[in-house]
Design a protein around this ligand. Sequence first.
Ligand code: ZN
Ligand code: MN
Length: 487
Amino acid sequence: MAIFCYTAFVEKNYYTTIGLEIHAELKTATKMFCSCKNDPDEERPNVNICPVCTAQPGALPVINKKAVEQVIRVGLAIDGTIAEDFTEFDRKNYFYPDIPKGYQISQYKYPIVSGGELAQFKITRIHLEEDTGTSKHDKGDYSLVDFNRAGVPLMELVTEPHTFENPEEAAKAAGNFAREYQLLLWYLGASDANMEKGEMRVEVNVSVSTDPKKLNTYVEVKNINSVRAAERAIKYEVERMIKLMEEGKADEIVKETRGWDETKNKTFSQRRKEDSHDYRYFPDPDLPKLKLKELFNLAELKDNLPETPKEKRERYKLEAGVKDADIEIFIGNPKLSQFFEEVIANLGGNKEKIKVASNYITSDMAGHMKTDANFVFPHSEYFAELIDMVTENKITSRGAKDILEIMYTEDASPMTIATERNLLQVSDEGSLRTLAEGIILKHPNVAAEYKGGKESSLQFLIGQVMKESKGSANPQVAKQLLVDLLK
Ligand code: ZN
Ligand code: MN
């Protein structure tokens, strides 16, 4: 952000450096260290609990291998390095009512994944830990704790700091990253990553400096429950820091954790940030070190990864020639994208037809999906047939839209629907000629205007022919006929 300093008449540039920490709850059948159900939708408190996840004396944790596998898959998808010799779990000691053991089982020195890259950011690490319970403060002058979430597998990704020219760029990059990571987790089936439900939680480390090579004190912003909130929190925090620096109060920028207040649109101080030595990390003696290369077939896991959003984008562009904006509509909606792929297969790779199909899906169908809560996809073969019909001029584009509307509720082929409702395009001149003659007789004044040189009158007459034919007339043929008849 360029701020003019009027006393010295020099323009200072403030660089924004951000790093991201993203927690995501893994979609596993059971919790991280016990066999309790991992069910984010359970509303009754303290139903999915046992001696292990409520920390009863003598209870021993057992590692959930599926959860470890999910983290490995995410690591492989971002080209990270999977722990060479071993990975291990550590105790992160701190007290909070929702953490029954008095420590969280996490990973410190030997995370499952190191390095990698995603959406402009270098990845530092991805490690595995357990989620906390949830405290409820809404009952009265006391609080309640629900341990259903305690011990749910939680994956934490940490990025390297990245310096941007201004806060807008930083905010945009953070938003992109969060969205891209969320998509990746969806496509890998690793997490539902719903930010509003807290299944994915974004924290941003922000610092501001006039020297891009010198990193100043950073603050950590938490309580961010949407991608937009992440973007707004960064911009707010940078402005706050610049203001303090301009006022000569740079020493008031302290290493702290701040919360994002969604309603007030600002951050607020929560607590001074602990250093990692405050947590007194040490390897959990109850859990074995894991030699991942012996426990998993990493090559096979890599080979069996589904297509990533990035790979999908490239394929849609190259193989199907889909517009960039439309590609994002598909990528952002895995069900829509799966339907599109079925349609592509049904259209036998015909690029022109695939483009038309993409247009109908991203405009008409995506629009319809938004308004219809009970939306069911039509059969992809029927949809492909509709695209065949419209690209082969058997129906008009108006007719195709009408047929598609019917296909959402009626499980019939577009040909059947078109035949029953007389929507097949009439290109045959004989019947259209009669229709066109009738229109001219009905609108003698408009016909005269056209003869007198008013071109727009012809459009009106074509429109009338289309209307009279209920959209089934071929507009090119109708136009030619009218021009001939009015000579
Ligand atoms: Zn349990
Ligand atoms: Mn964590």
